[in-house]
Design a protein around this ligand. Structure first.
Ligand SMILES: Cc1cc2nc3c(=O)[nH]c(=O)nc-3n(C[C@H](O)[C@H](O)[C@H](O)COP(=O)(O)OP(=O)(O)OC[C@H]3O[C@@H](n4cnc5c(N)ncnc54)[C@H](O)[C@@H]3O)c2cc1C
Ligand SMILES: *[C@@H]1O[C@H](CO)[C@@H](O)[C@H](O)[C@H]1NC(C)=O
Ligand SMILES: *[C@@H]1O[C@H](CO)[C@@H](O)[C@H](O)[C@H]1NC(C)=O
Length: 481
């Protein structure tokens, strides 16, 4: 092994490579950190020389364990029991989670804005999660536990504040888009890609992993096509306070024609929202005063869409028009108290300062996740509508699948960068991801329309329960992985 590396180092010297690695991971998001932690935790792959490169700073992730921010950050995800189990059993990192900042919840109530009786409650019994449907957890908490585990093991290099500037194929002077050809074993040089970094270093790697998010430079380098579309919607996120702690541990999601609005529980009276909305509405949501924002969330969870549209119209003209406060309170006062308590989430009382942000929503799926010496994981491979809270979870199952493929390759003494080894990763993860992407896309399309015939059909369908069954089935499929 050592002999081989030394020999290869000599061969690559002409390309001015400062280092050779077995695996270079681009991206220090949840997917990239998971992969590094998983590779270093498996006794079959822990000998591999690994470097992770992250363009941004990981400082706030490093300090999170010792000194977390006072309030919840606004990037919060819902982790499935499968993802938690993976981090527990395979990565051995769950022990580093900040326990005070996670919230187990047992069910979700989803309801339609157009049809009062269209409600689905689904819970852990439908997904065999041992009484737990999912865990709400900040992204940074997940990244922090992964980094702690990586530090504990030692023996790998993390370069943050370091951008990948270019990726070149050693046999060609420029970026090579034709990686579909099998590497030539007879080639005198090494066919491993060379990653050029902003710190001046160049690393040549046996396997290059793109965990570099939606715009994935690694995907572009490898010439893998990605297909999909922008939804023309933004996901507005915010950290909020409820009027008091909701002991029901329920997540709520209301399907509005502008997109679904979800209120998900955090510890005590803290909670988080994801509000998929049109560009125009998301603009309003970011501009209005905190007081108006809070009223808007409460209104959007309960009032008719005609009323909401009227209120949006007022705020579009003037986002500081406080007349909407009375308007909303008056309209909400017409709903029976018992109904409010039973069928709707607790009212929101406060939005945490500076926690509002928005993200463009899109769906995309790479045609494949591998090319010779390249693999894609996480959002680099797929992006999904957040309505089922699955994006990060899909990244976790990618990591599980890739590590399994690499373990098999190592066991059989094969080159872990070869497509022969990598193919089983694709065949084990691509179909399930494709199904899930399709399901969430369908759910988005069924609900996010005010195209009248479809709304009408939805109403009738929901009443006759056929549609409700279809939707329920889709929802269960999207949550039960
Ligand atoms: C509104 C919203 C709500 C969501 N809710 C949920 C949820 O409830 N549950 C869930 O599971 N998922 C959810 N998601 C999805 C989830 O956030 C993403 O799927 C997840 O963060 C993707 O992780 P990743 O590591 O693949 O990519 P990213 O987090 O995008 O990380 C990619 C990293 O690569 C780095 N990088 C990129 N280019 C370079 C370069 N050239 N050089 C060096 N570094 C580079 C970037 O700096 C970045 O840190 C949500 C998403 C949105 C938008
Ligand atoms: C959640 O809310 C409670 C009470 O309002 C507070 O004491 C606690 O620290 C909060 N947690 C976080 C992380 O903000
Ligand atoms: C945390 O939230 C509380 C309650 O909204 C607020 O008073 C406080 O200023 C926040 N702290 C920070 C550091 O933003």
């Amino acid at each position: 092994m050592f002999g081989a590396v030394r020999r290869l180092a000599t061969a690559a010297a002409s390309a001015q490579v400062s280092r050779l690695q077995d695996v270079v991971i681009v991206g220090g998001g949840p997917a990239g950190l998971s992969l590094l932690a998983a590779l270093k935790s498996s006794h079959k792959t822990r000998h591999l020389k690994c470097t992770l490169v992250e363009g941004g700073s990981l400082d706030n992730i490093r300090t999170f364990g010792e000194d977390p921010p006072e309030n919840y950050t606004n990037r919060v995800v819902s982790l499935t029991p499968q993802s938690v189990e993976f981090m527990q059993e395979r990565i051995g990192s769950w022990q580093y989670i900040n326990q005070d900042r996670i919230k187990f919840y047992s069910s979700i109530v989803a309801y339609d804005s157009q049809e009062k009786d269209a409600r689905i409650q689904f819970d852990a019994s439908m997904t065999d999660g041992n009484g737990v449907l999912a865990v709400m957890c900040e992204n940074i908490n997940i990244q922090s536990l992964l980094l702690s585990r990586i530090d504990e093991i030692g023996d790998s290099t993390i370069l943050d504040n370091t951008k990948v500037l270019d990726i070149v194929h050693p046999n060609k002077p420029e970026i090579n888009h034709d990686l579909t050809a099998e590497p030539q074993t007879t080639s005198p040089g090494l066919d491993w890609p060379i990653v050029q970094l902003s710190n001046g270093e160049s690393i040549q790697t046996r396997l290059l992993v793109g965990a570099d998010g939606y715009n994935s430079p690694v995907r572009k380098f490898s010439g893998i096509e990605s297909r999909g579309w922008q939804y023309g919607r933004f996901g507005v996120v915010a950290t909020i306070k409820l009027q008091y702690e909701d002991y029901r541990s329920i997540g709520w999601q209301r399907f509005l024609t502008t997109g679904p609005l979800a209120i998900l529980p955090l510890t005590e009276d803290n909670a988080t929202i994801v509000w998929s909305s049109t560009p125009e509405l998301s603009d309003i949501l970011l501009k209005v005063t905190p007081e108006i924002f809070v009223h808007l969330v409460n209104a959007a969870m309960t009032l008719d869409e005609v009323d909401l549209n009227y209120i949006y119209g007022v705020l579009k003209k003037d986002p500081t028009d406080t007349s909407v406060l009375e308007e909303i309170e008056w309209r909400m006062s017409k709903i029976k108290l018992s109904e409010l308590e039973e069928k709707y989430p607790l009212p929101v009382s406060e939005v945490i300062d500076k926690s509002r942000a928005r993200f463009p929503l899109k769906m995309s799926h790479a045609d494949t996740y591998v090319a010779p010496r390249v693999a894609l994981i996480g959002d680099a491979a797929h992006t999904i509508h957040p309505l089922a809270g699955q994006g990060l979870n899909m990244g976790q199952s990618d990591v599980a699948g890739l590590v399994e493929a690499l373990e098999k390759g190592v066991e059989r003494g094969m080159d872990i960068g070869s497509t022969l080894v990598l193919e089983s990763y694709v065949s084990n993860t691509w179909p399930a991801n494709s199904m899930l992407l399709g399901v969430c896309d369908k759910l988005h399309k069924i609900f996010s329309t005010d195209f009248y015939p479809l709304v009408l059909l939805r109403g009738i369908g929901m009443k006759s329960l056929n549609m409700l069954d279809v939707v329920k089935d889709l929802m269960v499929k999207s949550m039960a992985r």
